[in-house]
Design a protein around this ligand. Structure first.
Ligand code: ASP
Length: 346
């Protein structure tokens, strides 16, 4: 079924902004390995201007200081959001070129900052740089641009490896495949084959836009993963930092904890009593947290840990960051985690 208008129709009507932030897509080889190529935006413009890839009308903006997204900081989320909002009224849709390593974090953060977006915001990148043989750049970019011109998509998405995914539902799951991303707890928003088939019934129906770009404290949220042998004193040392105001726990299975480790449970309970907000996500890729299905998980309920349903780590982490940076208190954050605000959980 062809249900995305053809490239020709898009080129006639829509204008898309390409915002380049870094990542493999725009890297070049160096003796130390791939690094960002300054001025890649111009090369991209020239490549697309040749007309071999039919795309909508576009402008390219390149951020100063392109990064390997492994170096991403929460401040980059605000920078990207600000750049988009500065040009919001001049374009029909937006494509953010981004490194794959932390793309799911940025997509999630944008989905919470651009709450109720009325335009498509599509993140993409590539596994092989544009300047190398067999690059997946044009395929990913062309699909992302066509979808960014589809104004029925009103959410933040990741377009990569022939699929369109909800941004706050996806994770990078493969290091060496073209289909690096997937969203195990939510079906794909579009299949990109010979035709592009958008599953419109899966798209978000957003509320009225309420955009907020807060100033992030990078130290505010930490991730703590349970593992066999985890030591209370190590966790205590992390939580002793007064800058830490939120914790994403990576619990076992359906939300279980090593509750026989009383010292550890006490450390977690003290932190919650001090006002640290703790949310729990599962270390499993599929399914979510049902805290209390086991006694070992019920302990987290008693401590006051907030279950984060079937959210990805990236979504829970960025949602907590955004809520804390927006000045929400523990009660408000608990309420916000009990429901989806941008389609991030059941
Ligand atoms: N390290 C790169 C980055 O995240 C990997 C990539 O883009 O695929 O920027």
């Amino acid at each position: 079924m062809i249900d995305v208008p053809t490239a020709d129709q898009y080129t006639m009507t829509s204008r898309v902004l390409l915002l380049h932030s870094g990542g493999t897509i725009g890297m070049c080889p160096s003796p130390e390995g791939y690094r960002p190529l300054e001025g890649f935006g111009k090369l991209l413009q020239q490549t697309l201007d040749k007309g071999t890839a039919a795309v909508p009308d576009f402008d390219v903006v390149e951020l100063d200081n392109l990064i390997d997204s492994s170096n991403l900081q929460p401040a980059h989320w605000s920078r990207i959001a600000d750049e988009l909002l500065e040009r919001w009224d001049s374009f029909d849709g937006f494509v953010v070129l981004h490194g794959t390593d932390t793309m799911a974090y940025t997509a999630s953060a944008l989905s919470f900052m651009l709450h109720g977006t009325d335009k498509p915001v599509i993140l993409t990148g590539s596994q092989i740089p544009l300047v190398e043989q067999r690059s997946d750049t044009i395929e990913n970019l062309q699909a992302a641009m066509l979808l960014a011109a589809d104004t029925s998509i009103r959410e933040v998405c990741v377009c990569f490896g022939r699929r369109l995914l909800r941004g706050n539902r996806c994770s990078k799951l493969r290091t060496r495949s073209f289909d690096a991303f997937d969203s195990p707890n939510y079906p794909w928003l579009a299949d990109i084959g010979i035709d592009i088939h958008v599953h419109r019934e899966r798209l978000l129906t957003p509320p009225a836009p309420s955009f907020a770009v807060p100033e992030f404290d990078p130290a505010a949220v930490v991730v703590l993963q349970f593992y066999p042998g985890i030591q209370a004193r190590m966790v205590e040392a992390i939580l002793a930092d007064s800058a830490v105001r939120g914790v994403v726990l990576r619990s076992y299975g359906v939300g279980n904890a090593p509750d026989a480790n009383e010292a550890l449970m006490k450390v977690l309970a003290h932190a919650v009593e001090r006002g640290v907000v703790m949310v729990s996500t599962s270390q499993c890729i599929t399914g979510g947290v049902t805290q209390g299905a086991y006694a070992s998980g019920a302990m987290l309920d008693r401590i006051g840990v907030v279950p984060a349903s079937d959210m990805t780590l990236e979504a829970a982490f960025t949602k907590l960051h955004v809520l804390l940076a927006s000045g929400k208190d523990g009660v408000q954050i608990r309420q916000q985690f009990a429901k989806a605000s941008a389609g991030e959980c059941q």
